[in-house]
Design a protein. Structure first.
Length: 224
């Protein structure tokens, strides 16, 4: 594989554990112990394909490091944090992060998330999406309906993006959970129905574009 990943984490044991799993999977790893060092090492390694940033770090926190790296590059950025509130996720996304995972996490799951993020980046699956007057700005993590910004939670955003990117394709609840909630999700698949209901309430005339396929799942259909 030979792809290089930059890991910025001030807790040496966690950093070394994550690095060992990535190396085992064939990745090269560059380590940084704080946010400032992460920015410096990113500038010194122009072949880094993904950056992994812990949020709480000395000298420069993960948010500031993310914002600085994003101002210079479109490299995918994955945030690691002990915080798991929606506000923290939204902050990370607004700074330019592409993915977010809360501690404690399984190193195996983390490696899977890294591979999936790289796969999506390679396939350009993080581009903006637009259907009629519905516009989804991926990097900004915002949704506009006929020019008006609507407020979505991180999971609502990911769910809508996934549906629109697979327009016309029936997606099962299991597929949606594996993609939006990740493979390690242990909750009830009815959470998909709840999020669909919330999305429909926010999308106005585009709510009907999300159609229910009985006993299977959902699909997004747009007709002029």
């Amino acid at each position: 594989m030979d792809s290089k990943i930059l890991i910025a984490e001030d807790e040496a044991k966690i950093r070394q554990l994550v690095a060992s799993y990535l190396v085992r999977e064939g990745f090269k790893v560059v380590e940084a112990a704080d946010g400032q060092q992460a920015v410096e090492k990113f500038e010194d390694n122009d072949d880094v394909v993904l950056v992994m940033l812990d949020v709480m770090m000395p000298r420069k926190d993960g948010y500031d490091a993310c914002r600085e790296i994003r101002s210079k590059s479109d490299v995918p950025i994955l945030m690691l944090t002990a915080r798991d509130s929606e506000r923290d996720e939204v902050t990370g996304f607004h700074m330019g992060a592409d993915e977010y995972i809360a501690k404690p996490f399984s190193p195996t799951i983390l490696v899977t998330r890294v591979k999936n993020l790289l796969k999506r980046t390679k396939a350009n699956d993080m581009s903006d999406a637009e259907v009629g007057g519905l516009k989804i700005l991926y990097r900004e993590r915002t949704v506009q309906v006929d020019g008006q910004k609507i407020i979505t939670t991180p999971k609502e955003f990911d769910l809508l993006y996934y549906l629109v990117k697979n327009q016309g394709i029936v997606l099962t609840r299991d597929q949606i959970i594996c993609t939006v909630w990740d493979m390690d999700y242990n909750g009830d698949d009815r959470t998909v129905d709840t999020h669909i209901k919330c999305l429909r309430a926010k999308l106005g005339k585009y709510a009907s574009c999300i159609t229910t396929v009985r006993k299977v799942g959902y699909k997004f259909e747009w007709t002029n």
